[in-house]
Design a protein around this ligand. Structure first.
Ligand SMILES: NC(=O)c1ccc[n+]([C@@H]2O[C@H](COP(=O)([O-])OP(=O)(O)OC[C@H]3O[C@@H](n4cnc5c(N)ncnc54)[C@H](OP(=O)(O)O)[C@@H]3O)[C@@H](O)[C@H]2O)c1
Length: 288
């Protein structure tokens, strides 16, 4: 990446600065010489250096936070796209470029409009395209950090109980998603791109649990839960039935056809995507 001096440093408004990707992105942008304005809803935090107060639900605050920035990183931590039209308009009116943390779940689904329940990402990509602002969508598959959902069972000695141990998933390290975002925010050549981001392989869920066990120094095994029992457990935990069924269908499909792997992290950043084994080694202490 080109070294920037303080004088020609660009400024990025970072939405979701404490999120799974945002917390790495802030550090990586600062290391690249970019000024970071981290958006937060919390007045106490907003008084700290590097932060600015604002709320995605309040376009006026968003506009004020973005004013004078060159680019914005947009994360949308809500289940629907309600309110996105005004938020996108606020950003598009202030900055020259937006990089959006979308999702591989978009899959260019027909009818994925701004109000599709549970599927906000496609709608927001469409809003960005309609706004005319230069923009890039990052479409990651599941984050490697999602494996922390197993931490409690692994710390307790296992087994990890779940449906679809044979499903092949391609977790992408959040640090790699952030590295792609840095490039899209600071380099030309990414306008209109939809970067589909994955790890370098698709280990099954049971293999992922074994890999974490090896990193943490303890033998952990996967214990398969039948689909019906897994569904009951999800409904008890508050999942809407349609969302639970969709998630179970998706896991089931990945037993026959593991999630695909892309070279996008390597192509965009010049370094290979981190493996799940590397992620597990770096986070082993959380599973002990
Ligand atoms: N997990 C996965 O496997 C996965 C895979 C693909 C895509 N994604 C997508 O990644 C996105 C979220 O990623 P994440 O986990 O990094 O974020 P997250 O943890 O869900 O969101 C937390 C961040 O959002 C900010 N935030 C929350 N409400 C806000 C509001 N009303 N206004 C302004 N900021 C607000 C918070 O800032 P403050 O608290 O400081 O205000 C915080 O920095 C989602 O769209 C998700 O669908 C996730």
């Amino acid at each position: 990446m080109t070294e920037k001096t303080t004088d020609d440093a660009s400024t990025v408004l970072l939405v979701g600065a404490s999120g799974a990707v945002g917390r790495h992105l802030g550090l990586q942008l600062a290391a690249a010489g970019v000024r970071v304005r981290a958006l937060t809803r919390h007045p106490d935090r907003a008084r700290q250096r590097g932060f600015v107060q604002g709320d995605l639900r309040d376009p006026r605050s968003l506009r004020a936070a973005a004013h004078g920035a060159d680019a914005a990183f947009l994360s949308w931590p809500f289940a629907t796209a309600e309110g996105a039209e005004r938020a996108v308009a606020a950003l598009a009116g202030e900055v020259g470029r937006v990089v959006f943390l979308s999702s591989a779940a978009v899959r260019d689904a027909p009818g994925a409009g701004p109000h599709s329940p549970g599927r906000p990402h496609g709608g927001i990509e469409a809003l960005l395209a309609d706004s005319g602002v230069r923009h890039t969508a990052l479409r990651p598959y599941g984050f490697a950090g999602d494996a922390l959902r197993w931490a409690e069972e692994i710390r307790a000695g296992g087994p990890v109980r779940g449906y679809g141990g044979a499903a092949g998933l391609n977790p992408v390290d959040e640090r790699d998603v952030a590295a792609v975002a840095v490039r899209a925010l600071t380099e030309d050549g990414h306008d209109g791109a939809r970067h589909v981001l994955t790890g370098p392989e698709s280990p099954t869920q049971a293999e992922q649990v074994r890999i974490i066990g090896e990193a943490a120094g303890r033998a952990v095994r996967w214990e398969e839960v039948p689909r019906g029992a897994a569904r009951r457990r999800m409904l008890t935990a508050g999942w809407p039935p349609a969302v639970a069924d969709g998630a179970l269908d998706s896991v089931h499909a990945r037993i026959a056809a593991p999630e695909p792997v892309t070279d996008t992290v390597q192509d965009v950043t010049g370094h290979p995507a981190r493996s799940f084994r590397a992620w597990a080694a770096d986070h082993a202490a959380l599973f002990r």
